[in-house]
Design a protein around this ligand. Structure first.
Ligand SMILES: Cc1cc2nc3c(=O)[nH]c(=O)nc-3n(C[C@H](O)[C@H](O)[C@H](O)COP(=O)(O)OP(=O)(O)OC[C@H]3O[C@@H](n4cnc5c(N)ncnc54)[C@H](O)[C@@H]3O)c2cc1C
Length: 415
């Protein structure tokens, strides 16, 4: 695809023949979002990959949907600016995919997610009409917020063909530290106290015991095998600003019985401290033949409860679950490791996922903080959203897509 007009023609035809159309960026979605569940046309948007404009004075970038996240970062770097959501898949995923899934990443606690940066969109509706939403102004309260309706809509309401993004000046200084805790309660308290300390770290990551043990078994890092490890980064426009925040964090660590606290003295030190966190996903992915990476998210004060609950589920279902994630915004990644060729283990994995979703909702959280609903979490939508909310979502889908041609079968909208 190369233009909104081409996509409009395809959608008009598909709508008249009731053929499903599935928008696709890079296909890195983790809940089956771009899978053509009911057949149809897969609309590859990766060739619409031009950065149309970068305006520092207006603090925005205008891009086509197929631009890869990292390519925008590269283009912004010489201006000293960045687009903060920073998904871990940033070197491959597209900005259209980021908008459609409301992608986020390690900097979510301080900088929010894609939703917080989308100022305006061009969207092709299922009947082929081309619509513009929002404006290039940083502030607007004009009319219903149609832009936000499309952010996170997983390709079910329209095809995004142009995106106007707010961008930020990049704080040039970062500081990094790591703390380990023998007791999960201490780590959980440290997370809450950091949030009470008057600063917001740019990164606050957690690794649970099973993840640490797995990393030790597969890499030469010799990590202490503790209940929890916290990795923190503070940033600022001056060294003093970043260091002031880090002092607060280290004060909190020291008040909560850490086994060890390490502060990076150089960029190389910082890279060493990041090694365990950066290797977690790949190490865990190699342990069993199959894995499911969940992304349940809870209020920040409940992170320790979520970690404890995950361990109970792992014991109850007799299946290995290793957890790491973004303690700073309550978004954890329990990675369920199983043998997909063993029907009994598949059943246990499914039961563990269902238990995890219930736990997150019971703790006041959500099924998904990053990876979206797609196919895999569709059966659980009713756990989180009451019947009225589900009815409103389905009504919106019906108004925009009465023939249900756009990405059907996703997000439990078909009912
Ligand atoms: C190793 C790995 C790490 C990851 N880390 C993160 C992470 O840190 N944070 C995070 O949020 N996600 C993460 N993800 C998930 C994934 O990368 C994101 O969901 C990403 O935003 C998907 O982008 P994509 O271009 O691959 O979209 P796709 O997978 O192609 O599509 C995703 C959804 O968006 C829709 N879509 C795509 N483009 C458009 C468009 N132009 N208009 C309308 N709908 C569209 C599709 O129909 C589909 O429903 C990770 C995935 C992997 C494999």
């Amino acid at each position: 695809m190369e233009s909104a007009e081409q996509i409009s023609e395809i959608l008009k035809l598909a709508n008249s023949k009731k053929i499903p159309v599935i928008p696709r960026g890079a296909g890195t979605g983790l809940s089956g979002m771009a899978v053509p569940a009911k057949g149809g046309i897969v609309l590859d948007l990766s060739h619409m990959n031009k950065i149309l404009k970068i305006s520092i004075e207006d603090r925005l970038a205008i891009v086509q949907p197929g631009v890869v996240y990292a390519d925008l970062e590269k283009a912004l770097a010489p201006h000293g600016f960045f687009f903060p959501p920073d998904p871990a898949s940033g070197t491959v995923c597209t900005l259209g995919g980021n908008v459609a899934t409301n992608a986020g990443g390690v900097k979510g606690a301080k900088y929010g997610t894609t939703r917080d940066y989308v100022l305006a969109l061009q969207v092709v509706l299922p009947d082929g009409r081309i619509m513009r939403t929002g404006s290039k102004a940083i502030k607007s309260v004009s009319g219903y917020d149609l832009t936000r309706l499309f952010v996170g809509s997983e390709g079910t309401l329209g095809v995004v063909t142009e995106i106007t993004l707010k961008i930020n000046p990049r704080p040039p200084v970062t500081t990094t530290a790591l703390a380990t805790f023998d007791d999960l309660e201490d780590a959980g308290r440290a997370v809450s106290q950091i949030m009470h300390s008057g600063i917001i770290p740019s990164v606050l990551e957690i690794l649970g015991r099973h993840t640490i043990v797995a990393i030790n078994q597969n890499m030469d890092l010799n990590l202490p095998e503790v209940d929890a490890m916290l990795l923190v980064e503070t940033d600022g426009y001056t060294r003093e600003e970043a260091e002031y925040q880090m002092e607060k964090v280290i004060g909190v660590f020291n008040n909560n019985n850490p086994k060890e606290v390490k502060k990076a003295r150089s960029l190389q030190d910082a890279e060493e401290l990041w090694k365990a966190r950066k290797s977690a996903y790949a190490v865990l992915a190699r342990i069993k033949s199959h894995f499911v990476l969940e992304d349940v998210t809870v209020p920040m004060g409940k992170v320790a409860d979520l970690l404890k609950g995950v361990e109970e589920i792992s014991r109850k279902q007799g299946i290995q679950i290793a957890t790491f994630g973004h303690a700073g915004d309550g978004n954890l990644h329990p990675q369920i490791l199983y043998d997909g060729y063993d029907p009994d283990q598949v059943k246990r994995m499914e039961a563990a996922s269902a238990d995890l979703f219930k736990l997150a909702i019971d703790l006041g959280g959500t099924l998904t903080g990053e990876h979206g609903i797609g196919l895999s979490k569709a059966p659980y939508m009713g756990l989180e959203h009451d019947p009225v909310a589900m009815d409103v979502m389905r009504s919106i889908k019906k108004i925009l897509d009465p023939n249900n041609i756009l990405n059907p079968g996703k997000m439990a909208l078909d009912g």
